[in-house]
Design a binder for this molecule. Sequence first.
Ligand SMILES: [Zn+2]
Length: 589
Amino acid sequence: MALYPQTFVDDVKHQADIVVVIQDYVSLKKNGANYKGLCPFHGEKTPSFQVNRDKGFFHCFGCGAGGDVIKFLQLHEKIGFHDAVKQLAQRFGMTIPETEQTDDQRASAAEREALLKVHESAAKWFREQLLTPAAARIRRQIADRGINDTTGEAMGLGFAPPSRTALKDELLKQGYSEGLLVRAGLLVQREEGPSVDRFRNRLMIPIRRDTGSVIGFGGRAVDADQQPKYLNSPETPIYSKGRTLYGLDLSKAGIRQKGFGVLVEGYFDFGQVYQAGFPAVASCGTALTPQQVQQLHRFASKVVLSFDPDTAGQGAAAKSSELFVADGFDVNVAELPAGQDPDTFIRSHGASGYGERLKHSKPYLEYLLDRTAAGYNLNSDEGRVKFLAAMLPTAARIPDAAMRDRFADRLAFKANITDEVVRAKIREAAVQKQTTFATNTIPSLGHVTKAEKALIWCLIHEHETALTALVDLEAADFEELPSRSVLDLARGLNDNRGFSPSVLLERLNMVEAQLVTGIASEPEPPALSLGSCVGELRRARYERERATVQRAIAQLQTRGAAVGGELDALLARKGELGRLIQALVISED
Ligand SMILES: [Zn+2]
């Protein structure tokens, strides 16, 4: 992987305001000199994620994640340094310098681009087919479902005619290769014979990224006996079912504005809810995944689930809710009368009727307690025990401790348990299970001393004075320190006159970045002058050496070594170290 020139990376970081970038994913509030929000890297209800705009770094006091704007993108998008820099440059309209790519990289980037392009062309063609006289019946079907032309156009609805090769012929004519069409999932390669269109005689629904690029299709049967009812694009390098939340491109602005999203199940539920003016998204035929939850979390941290009231729909609601709750979402459930889904309900009760249902939606846990309680006889001891057993795992997954306690109390109340001891037991059980979810997965560097903290804090906030302290130190002073690699790096950069807080942050690995941003996020440095830091670190080094010398002396003595020679030298060194340490202690007082 060729590297971008440092000047370009510096320019990108200069342009890419870390607050602006992070706000694409996390809603941030100004808090003194910093910005605060809910951490996108772990589930939480109270914000422990901080962004320091001036120094250009973020840090989460909950899970420890930290770094500069590039590291944020790397972590959030799970991409490499190079791609993160490139994305930032694109986001801020900068010209990207040519770098040498390996053949593989060129191929995969070119392949993705070609796949996006062919999807765009296919979507356009399907759309055109819907507007032909031959598709009058399909247009009527759409109108019968209450989807108007504006909504149909916004969704990009189209039609795949019954022909076996209509799309293939068209796209080959446009210059696309057959191989690309097969890889895009638009053609199916038969074992024997030529490839044919995957989607035939279907109402076509383009699936788009939140940026609006078409990456796949859902195709709905138009004849009653046609199987399957829904046919989706296969997984391709640009489309992964579990990572795509349908409708985010149309609803993201509304979600941000209203502060919540409405999760529905299917394309037509989406169309209806969106048309009624609510910010909908749909999971579309797949069980909700954590990646989809994270997609939504970029725009809001509240969601209203609007599923079918039938058992399957409610089961899906329960599963989805738990994913949202675990990610720190506020989850409500909108209940509809039996036999209705959002699509049919809006058609019979209108947008305002549906709006009322959303407004009176129940907090998920409330909803779940009611629903689960209905399945047990809470007047019998046996029923109560079973009810508790069914609810405790849910309680355990609530990430916020105060909320978990409240839930345990509600649970006890619902189960008619008035005994305070039993209530306490429920709370305790919920907490014990919780620990298995809250494990901090971030590796630790070990105990960092006050002197290291002061030095690192100053490297970010007052780096000129910190650098003068750094040159007074020697490589040996850093040996065995948990922050050694950070301090070595800072010294190296300084020797090459390339030090700046920004470059230091950029060069740190993930674990080092967590350490540094954690220290630098403190409003004040530890109360220790930089001069004392040097003294402290030097003294710690002498003490480490004295301990080593002492061990060597003890070994020689147990072996019965005679006085003189090696033992004498060690004893002399030990004495010298004692004096050096003493001198440092006195100079500090
Ligand atoms: Zn976090």
